[in-house]
Write a protein that binds this ligand. Structure first.
Ligand SMILES: C[S@@+](CC[C@H](N)C(=O)[O-])C[C@H]1O[C@@H](n2cnc3c(N)ncnc32)[C@H](O)[C@@H]1O
Length: 504
């Protein structure tokens, strides 16, 4: 199984529990947003721009104070002891946002516990501000006896702004490790021995095996039988991206965790082919580690940008045919994958934060949504690209129409493209809406900059939703900006700068 869910993990978990009331997952790791003001909007903290406002709100919504009382009532039906714990915390007046956060997490952890197999393991990545509260919640749900370790991941950072603190430098995250029962997988992990230690195995037997017999017992100890130094519960050998921000693996996703961390957890608490899940999967670190280690996987995230990013992440380093096969294997729930569900989204049957325009512009075309979405006479998004010969940025405007269209709509869009003096325009609609006059009108607008690129590119292109679902791409000049939203946060900022300049 390789499955991504776009949406709130609570909905996903409830659905999974209904399908598998006995539990079916071998290992769950989660790294939810922490409960600090900063983290409410952590996903987009570097991109404080209008068109991500809805996403910000979506993110903040999850932890809103309004909904936690309803959730508390829901928990009352599910686990009375847990309810009493949260209710008491509420009454003794620890901060409201902390209770809200805990309640929100508690119900999700309740279902995670349910969907775990009896032999399953659970890792909860958090910080010292909330770890003690979360530990109480987990003790209630998993049973105190099934608490295995508190792992301290030492971030090893004391440089930069952190060193300004008039305090001990905060240098670690906490990972709470539980199992569902006493019967669980634990593949012990070891650090390799240092060179000096290995050098002590000076002797070689008749089979060529290195050994030592210089210890008091005089017993032979073979090098190939020694496993290394058993890893403890303080991990300080895995660098965070605060230290290693230039590594190839770093996708600039806020709070992204290193793959080495997840590989250690997966190797320890699961075996190949087993099922691993991350219900706050962000840019897919767990998923990528699961792919590398040949585990099956499930990921969920409330941000469609995260989902898109994961697919790019796990397919990009593969040869084309393997990437294609992998893409086919990945199931995505929550995104339209066929024309019927695209129509459904277009007609707003699926109510939610995610709109048809957003899906086309950001997911299908890798563009940026227009912050000033208007019903008509505008455009829905844009893509920026590098005009190599002129060393300038070029702009492609995108217009998305979900209903019936005719040649008048194309003419209006052409006017916008010309008025804004951008390089290209892409008009997206359903195949059933396209008419010959529309195609003719678009063709009449000529080509883009042939002399520079030696490639015939229609200035106005019409592409259908059906084509996009079939994997067809629009015809764009070379040097198109990277098709993802997080890889180049700073470039993105510049891009928005352009938007401000050009699209006043
Ligand atoms: C701390 S980040 C996880 C980062 C991840 N470990 C990585 O390495 O990329 C938390 C993620 O939880 C997602 N999220 C927040 N609320 C959610 C919810 N209710 N359901 C699913 N995902 C959610 C956010 O979109 C964000 O990507």
């Amino acid at each position: 199984m390789k499955k991504l869910y776009f949406g709130d993990c609570l909905d996903v978990l409830k659905e999974l529990y209904k399908e598998h009331p006995q539990g079916f997952i071998d290992l769950i790791y989660i790294d939810p947003p922490f409960n600090s003001k900063r983290d409410y909007n952590i996903l987009f903290e570097d991109i404080d721009l209008k068109d991500v406002k809805a996403q910000k709100e979506a993110f903040a919504d999850t932890w809103s104070n309004v909904s936690y009382l309803d959730t508390l009532e829901e928990i009352k039906e599910l686990n009375l002891d847990l309810y009493k714990l949260l209710k008491t915390l509420d009454e003794i007046n620890i901060s409201q946002s902390a209770v809200s956060y805990l309640t929100t997490m508690a119900i999700r952890i309740f279902y995670m516990h349910k969907v775990l197999k009896e032999t399953g393991s659970f890792y909860l990545h958090c910080d010292p501000y909330m770890s003690h509260y979360l530990k109480m919640v987990c003790d209630f749900l998993f049973g105190h006896q099934n608490f295995r370790r508190e792992i301290v991941w030492s971030l090893n950072t004391s440089s930069g702004y952190k060193s300004q603190a008039a305090n001990w430098i905060r240098n670690h995250d906490v990972i709470l490790y539980y199992t569902k029962s006493n019967n669980y997988t634990f593949n012990k992990q070891f650090y390799p021995y240092k060179e000096e230690y290995i050098a002590r195995f000076k002797k070689v037997d008749k089979d060529g095996r290195r050994y030592r017999d210089d210890r008091t017992s005089k017993e032979k100890q073979y090098l190939d039988e020694t496993k290394g130094i058993a890893i403890g519960d303080v991990w300080n050998d895995i660098m965070s991206f605060q230290q290693a921000s230039t590594t190839k693996e770093y996708m600039h996703y806020p709070t992204q965790k290193p793959e080495a961390l997840l590989e250690r957890i997966l190797k320890t608490s699961s075996n190949p082919k087993e099922l691993v899940a991350d219900f706050f999967c962000g840019c897919g670190t767990t998923i990528s580690a699961a792919e590398t280690l040949k585990r099956s996987w499930i990921g969920a995230d409330i941000s469609h940008l995260a989902i898109k990013l994961i697919i790019d992440r796990i397919t990009k380093s593969k040869p084309e045919h393997r990437a294609k096969k992998l893409k086919e294997e990945i199931e995505i729930a929550g995104f339209p994958r066929d024309i019927a569900s695209a129509h459904e989204l277009a007609s707003n049957v699926r109510k939610g934060r995610f709109g048809f325009q957003e899906w086309i512009v950001e997911v299908m075309l890798g563009g940026v949504l227009n912050p000033k979405l208007t019903a008509d006479g505008g455009w829905d998004g844009h893509i920026a690209f590098e005009k190599m010969a002129e060393k300038k940025k070029g702009i492609v405007l995108i217009e998305v129409k979900s209903g019936n269209v005719n040649v008048k709509n194309i003419r209006e869009f052409i006017q916008v493209v010309n008025k804004r003096e951008v390089d290209l325009g892409v008009f997206v609609c359903f195949a059933s809406s396209i008419t010959q006059p529309m195609i003719k009108e678009a063709k009449q607008q000529g080509h883009f900059d042939e002399s520079n690129y030696g490639k015939r590119i229609d200035k106005i292109q019409i592409i259908t939703v059906e084509d996009l679902l079939d994997g067809k791409e629009i015809n764009l000049p070379f040097g198109l900006y990277k098709k993802n939203t997080f890889n180049h946060v700073s470039e993105k900022k510049e891009e928005y700068g352009i938007q401000e300049e050009i699209f006043k």
